[in-house]
Each structure stands twice: as C-alpha cells, then as structure tokens.
Design a protein around this ligand. Sequence first.
Ligand SMILES: [Zn+2]
Length: 125
Amino acid sequence: MPIQKKDIPQFKAALLSKRAALVGDSNHLEEEAVRKGKDDAATLDISNFADLGSDTYEQEFDLTMLENQGETLRAVDEALKRIEDGNFGVCDMCKKPMKKGRLQAMPHARFCVSCQNEKEQGGGY
Ligand SMILES: [Zn+2]
C-alpha cells in the first residue's frame, strides 16, 4: 500500500529525529577521529608501533562510519526536500510510489525495493 498524505507528518518526524541523531553523532565522531590522529602523531616512535597499527585501523573505521553517516544525512535531507516538493515516497528510478512498509523501515529510501535490488545486482551506480 502506498503512503497517504496523512502519513507524511509521521515520516517527516522520523526523518527529522534521524537527522538530529546523525548530526550529533557525526560531530562526535569527527572530534574523536581528529583527537586520535593527534595522539598518533605525538606517540610516533618504534616502541608504540603495534599500538599505532591498531589505532590507525580504528581511525579508518571511524572515518568510514563518518562517510556512511554523511551519505545517510544527504539521503535524509533529500527525503525532507521531497516532502516539501510533495513527491515523498516516490521511487527515484521507476517513479512509482513506494510501499509504506519500505518507508517505515527506511524513511530516507530513494528507491523502491525492486529498484534497489536491481541497482545492487547491477554493480552500483
Ligand atoms: Zn522503483
């Protein structure tokens, strides 16, 4: 069942709270990654080589998280814009309305389930 106009406020609220959480988390992660980077520079000597390795790994992990969060944030912003434009819940690829369940699970989804699958199987963008 496609979403109804009356469902929009509920999705908008979900998107706004997701956005707030993302913005808060990504600020925190960014600080953390920068702080770890500084620690690495300060402790750069041979005796810390093993520790440095794991710190670097951790830092890369944080930055990857940050990147994913940035992408999600962009998707959330786009979804909020689609609400303003009045075409929220329409698949970006086949232009058909998405199922309500899909949007409840992922309010910032750009594609319906079948287009998303096709995209992933087709090897990305
Ligand atoms: Zn589609």
